[in-house]
Design a protein around this ligand. Structure first.
Ligand code: GCB
Length: 607
């Protein structure tokens, strides 16, 4: 029985995890961003009926009803909502930053967008939501069309039969309530940022369309990919792939399920993607009447002993951790191309980095594309953060789905090299089982990238040990270390710490950091929260880091000060985690240059 269960467990690692619709890399027919109206639903009256005496329909924001017209008729009927006359909000963006009353609201709000749609005959229509934090209930013209859980990954719903040419009423109930069953759970160290935080697009396609198309370079030097057709004519169809700049044209045929595969030796003229030369190619996929273009880079990533090999050569990851929060005094987790380039440009151009840790959840697609363009390697993470309900199969299923949605979204991004399956989860059997299942899921869905997790360490005197059974599941070991900030260590003691680590695996310092309030200079005392202390802390930690033989990269915590309800020191924090190397408005602290100089001057990797 045990053996059977094990076999079944492995077989299910990837089964049923492919989202039913992907529509990756499609140009949008219509961007539904802009002015939406909303209605707060503090007591969830749209969804609940107390003892039968609340007439639900009066409260149901998702109904396709013209309230003003109904009121004009007079008579007994009345309503206690009207989204057509509701207050407005610019979306995408988080409500926390838009309305002072909603600054720390964690609950349900209904959003509405009216729109017209030009639909060509024979075309199919889809809505693609890039992210709704945390749960979405979607209604089009009064009809429930989709539900989705997970605040950082996309979902797609077909609306061909529900869409009208004019006066569509799209209503989205957004529930940001976190609890013991959500991922992440209730307590994190960042702002909740509830809302429709990423673009919503109306996409039109032919009846049979390319749902997904992928291409990558293998270690054996081949270009390998696949194309998935969806629709009545998906099976046994001719499809093609073309990379004009390389003179590559490939023909293939879909199988009965609509999938075609490509496999060809990469031409000698192919320039590999790397941080130093982030070459991207336009790759054109075509099938029947449908075409999709993606800009794709080609590189390999592997580990050998304690080395990380990019295109077969050892690489040292000079990075920084980043939250999905734009620069500015009132961020709303609103990342467009410009905001992504501004954040990542700091890393690439000023910090002299080649790597970013996109913590602690899958970031906006714009960040991944900007990393591809700028030449920054990427660590991507799902929000299995601190503690989730390790014993719940439903929670594990959610985590695996989030992981799958991220992988299917981003697998054409050359920049992305590391999948992290969690952050600082306390060692225990049930937690290790949970992570092991996640690691299996990643390997089943994307064997071409490396698996890691940010682990907690154990301290014994001056020695820091890693005694985590999860180690054996990981290609790259990553640890968060805060000696010199949390705890009583002096910075002299930090520089002398020793590490007891596996000799045969690459190590990353996925985090280290110290709070500093921009502009607080304390040259005499170097107290905590001063820029001087933060700079000293970086010097001490970098001195220690340089002595760790297997260290292959760093992503200190964190590029920019970010909003966090945990951080309430009235003078220094005021609701912000101040471990940024730049302030929330982009002001550089002393430690910025300490790290930038180290990245510029330290010859890496060690011979
Ligand atoms: C950590 C967490 C990160 C926190 C950081 C801190 O270890 O991974 O999310 O924000 O420490 O500032 O304490």
């Amino acid at each position: 029985l045990t053996l059977l269960a094990l076999v079944a467990g492995t077989a299910s690692a990837a089964d049923n995890l492919r989202p039913p619709l992907l529509l990756t890399a499609r140009a949008a027919a219509q961007d539904l961003g802009g002015t939406w109206t909303y209605s707060k639903d503090y007591y969830r009256t749209s969804l609940t009926d107390i003892n039968g005496w609340v007439a639900k329909s009066r409260m149901q924001r998702f109904r396709d009803v013209d309230v003003a017209a109904e009121e004009k008729k007079g008579g007994p009927t009345f309503f206690e909502f009207d989204l057509d006359r509701g207050p407005t909000m610019e979306l995408p963006g988080a409500w926390n930053s838009a309305v002072p009353e909603l600054r720390w609201y964690d609950g349900l709000i209904w959003f509405q967008r009216r729109f017209d749609a030009k639909v060509l005959p024979g075309q199919r229509s889809f809505l693609r939501f890039e992210a709704v934090n945390y749960r979405a209930m979607v209604y089009l013209n009064g009809k429930p069309i989709a539900q989705h859980e997970g605040g950082f990954t996309p979902f797609v719903v077909e609306v061909t039969d529900t869409l009208r040419a004019t006066g569509n009423r799209l209503v989205v109930g957004v529930d940001s309530k976190h609890d013991a069953q959500t991922i992440p759970g209730e307590i994190t160290d960042w702002d909740l940022y509830g809302g429709i935080t990423r673009p919503v697009k109306l996409i039109q396609t032919p009846a049979t369309f390319i749902d997904d198309a992928t291409l990558r370079l293998t270690d054996a030097g081949r270009l390998v990919g696949s194309l998935q057709l969806n629709g009545p004519q998906a099976g046994n169809q001719p499809v093609s792939l073309r990379i004009a700049a390389l003179g590559v044209t490939l023909q293939a045929r879909t199988d009965a399920s609509g999938e075609a595969r490509f496999d060809v030796a990469a031409p000698g003229t192919l320039k590999r993607w790397s941080p130093e030369s982030p070459t991207l190619y336009d790759v054109d996929f075509e099938a029947g009447g449908d075409k999709v273009r993606d800009r794709i880079g080609f590189r390999t990533i592997a580990v050998r002993g304690s080395d990380i090999l990019l295109n077969g050569k050892p690489v040292f990851l000079k990075g920084i951790s980043i939250h999905e929060e734009e620069i500015g005094s009132n961020p709303a987790r609103r990342i467009d191309d410009a905001a992504a380039h501004r954040l990542l440009g700091e890393v690439k151009n000023s910090l002299h980095g080649n790597y970013v840790r996109l913590s602690h959840y899958p970031h906006n697609e714009a960040m991944l594309r900007a990393a591809d363009e700028l030449g920054l390697l990427v660590w991507s993470e799902i929000p299995v953060y601190w503690t989730v309900d390790w014993d719940s199969p439903a929670v594990l299923d959610k985590a695996r789905r989030m992981q799958a949605e991220t992988i299917y979204r981003d697998r054409n991004r050359a920049a992305l090299v590391l999948w992290s399956i969690g952050n600082e989860t306390p060692v225990a059997d049930n937690r290790t089982r949970f992570h092991t299942a996640l690691a299996e899921t990643v390997r089943a869905l994307d064997p071409s990238r490396l698996v890691s997790a940010a682990l907690l360490v154990e301290r014994q005197g001056d020695t820091i040990r890693l005694a985590d059974p999860l180690l054996k599941e990981l290609d790259v070991v990553a640890v968060n270390t805060y000696a010199g900030w949390y705890g009583d260590d002096t910075l002299d003691a930090v520089a002398k710490l020793r590490w007891d680590l596996p000799a045969d695996k690459p190590l990353l310092f996925s985090e280290f950091g110290a709070d500093a309030q921009a502009g607080f200079r304390d040259p005499a005392l170097h107290r905590k929260f001063s820029e001087d202390y933060q700079a000293d802390y970086y010097r001490a930690t970098l001195t220690m880091a340089a002595k760790v033989p297997t260290l292959r990269g760093l992503s200190p915590w964190v590029l920019k000060d970010f909003r966090s309800p945990r951080r309430e020191h009235p003078v220094y924090q005021q609701g912000w985690n101040r471990k940024g190397l730049i302030s929330e408005t982009g002001q550089r602290k002393l430690a910025f240059d300490v790290l930038a100089d180290w990245y510029q001057e330290t010859p890496r990797p060690a011979p």
